[in-house]
Design a binder for this molecule. Structure first.
Ligand SMILES: Cc1cc2nc3c(=O)[nH]c(=O)nc-3n(C[C@H](O)[C@H](O)[C@H](O)COP(=O)(O)OP(=O)(O)OC[C@H]3O[C@@H](n4cnc5c(N)ncnc54)[C@H](O)[C@@H]3O)c2cc1C
Length: 502
């Protein structure tokens, strides 16, 4: 019998254990073996508490039980992100995981909404989103089945404790046959071809493999360190380069959304978990020093401290490619674009999903490598543009950071999107890559960009059609508000009734 193809994963953070569990679940065990090496002494970055709805698909694919996962990771539900003070001081908008309204006669809902505003109606596009209404009412419910009712028009994600998630996945991965080795890698052995041949541990042991996943975090020991893949620095567009995470006591109301509040030189997050609240200040060291950032953070917390803030340093950017030779980097070792839209864990997940259908069983074919890197480039570029949008379109008058971001040149791909929206409200709806049209719409409008005109096609839709649409939505909205306030939403009640999840 042929020997199994040996996969070696370096690192046991979120990236390492997500990859290990996915590979152990999806690849045939008789043909592939998976070994993960990690160092408790080095530890994991341990932040990363907010996710996107795709996380549920990933967990489903791995066959994880939702209620069990939530109990094990102290998770809560998330319907979107509340952006406070982002457009200007005193503003607030929610980026929901759902649509704002249905299309009419093939035209995006917001075109009709915008046309009605031109006609004098003073309503917000947020008024029509079920996910936003539920978030603002501090309520959560599972989306209804089917696609015809307004309470089926959204998805949901989780807030969880990332360290607990890694620990939970570790147990599952080990049950599914992954071998875990405790140890610190001190050297990497390369074959004459340039492929990685083995990891050398401090104990002197060698860990040989056919294929390596670099999940070593910001160190990027294999892809950046050994294979020398260059770093693309995007900090001129995303200048935040420090974070001060700090846990506080559990908040009374477990809000079903992440709150991100713009600050003088960055922004702070608030994430409700079952056992504590996650907070932190992400800031740019070019515009504020650490002491002042710490003071501003401590002065802004809603709940009592559980530990002191600890400083993390990073740079926005990514490796020029994520797959090089027989090594793929996942997670922080492949890049980091700051946590504003909770995209890092998504990037781990999507890299695994792109990798699986291209997975090698011998030497890495350059065509597989090119295809994987093309897909990951697209993912990174689209997220980059979406993040920059939040900073660039701001009307804040305080803080040098905001003036800098308003004036900076942005990537051409983003300039085009902004100009298309500014002209007649056009939002590109691409198939590949993260963030679909409703996400772009909520940030365009939330950051204060209004289209100069509604699209001319909106005038071709008969007036009564728009009236029906808004009338129907209004009626649903009223009914929905009654439903929402009646929802006895309590996380613990639901967690005690796991069957209520599906
Ligand atoms: C401030 C901040 C907030 C964030 N918030 C979010 C968020 O809300 N949502 C989100 O999706 N993402 C968020 N992220 C990103 C998220 O934390 C990471 O994407 C995620 O935790 C994955 O980390 P990782 O597994 O790549 O690296 P790490 O957790 O750093 O793991 C690296 C692993 O490599 C091992 N290792 C390293 N060197 C060696 C060696 N020489 N020998 C052996 N083992 C070694 C370590 O022991 C560890 O196990 C945030 C990041 C930061 C900095």
């Amino acid at each position: 019998m042929n020997e199994a193809f040996q996969i070696v994963i370096l690192g046991g953070g979120t990236a390492g254990w997500m990859a290990a569990t996915a590979l152990a679940t999806m690849l045939p065990r008789q043909r592939y073996s998976v070994t993960l090496v990690e160092s408790e002494e080095i530890g994991i970055v341990g932040v990363g508490e907010a996710t996107l709805p795709q996380m549920k698909n990933f967990n489903d694919l791995l066959g994880l039980d939702e209620a069990e996962m939530m109990r094990n990771t102290q998770a809560t539900f998330k319907l979107g992100i509340d952006f406070v003070d982002w457009g200007y001081l005193g503003s607030s908008y929610v980026h929901p995981f759902g649509i704002h309204g249905p299309p009419a006669s093939g035209l995006a809902f917001h075109q009709g909404w915008h046309r009605s505003r031109s006609g004098g109606r003073d309503w917000s596009v947020e008024d029509f989103s079920f996910a936003i209404a539920a978030a603002r009412a501090n309520r959560f419910d599972f989306p209804a089945a089917g696609k015809t009712t307004i309470n089926s028009t959204y998805a949901y994600a989780y807030h969880f404790d990332a360290s607990l998630y890694a620990r939970y996945l570790r147990r599952i991965a080990e049950e599914r046959g992954v071998t875990r080795i405790e140890g610190k890698v001190r050297d990497v052995d390369q074959a004459p071809s340039g492929d990685i041949r083995a990891l050398v541990l401090e104990s002197g042991d060698r860990l040989e493999g056919d294929f390596f996943l670099d999940c070593s975090g910001f160190r990027s020991l294999l892809l950046g360190g050994k294979l020398g893949v260059t770093w693309e620095d995007w900090s001129k567009w995303l200048p935040c380069d420090r974070a001060l995470p700090v846990p506080t006591e559990r908040c009374g109301d477990l809000t079903p959304y992440t709150r991100v509040t713009a600050m003088e030189a960055g922004w702070r997050w608030r994430i409700p978990l079952q056992h504590r609240t996650g907070n932190g200040y992400v800031f740019s060291s070019r515009f504020i020093d650490e002491d002042k950032a710490r003071q501003q953070l401590l002065a802004s917390l809603d709940e009592p401290l559980l530990a002191e803030p600890r400083l993390l340093k990073f740079e926005a950017g990514r490796r020029a490619s994520s797959w090089e030779r027989n090594c793929v980097a996942l997670g922080l070792s492949s890049g980091f674009l700051e946590p504003l839209e909770s995209t890092s864990i998504y990037l781990i997940q999507i890299a695994i999903m792109h990798l699986l259908p291209l997975f090698p069983n011998g030497r890495s074919d350059p065509r597989l490598i090119r295809e994987f890197n093309r897909r990951m480039d697209l993912e990174y570029d689209r997220i980059r543009d979406f993040l920059i949008l939040h900073y660039h379109l701001n009307s804040r008058v305080d803080g040098e950071l905001w003036r800098y971001c308003r004036a900076m040149d942005v990537p051409e791909s983003l300039t085009e999107k902004i100009e298309l929206f500014r002209h007649s409200g056009y939002v590109e709806d691409y198939r590949d890559g993260l963030f679909n049209a409703p996400s772009w719409l909520s940030v365009f409008l939330g950051q204060g960009l209004t289209p100069q005109h509604h699209h001319p096609l909106a005038d071709a839709v008969p007036e009564h059609r728009w009236r029906e649409l808004f009338g129907a939505l209004n009626r649903l909205r009223k009914r929905r508000q009654i439903d929402l306030s009646a929802l006895p939403w309590d996380y613990e009640v639901v967690l005690r009734k796991p069957t209520a999840y599906h």
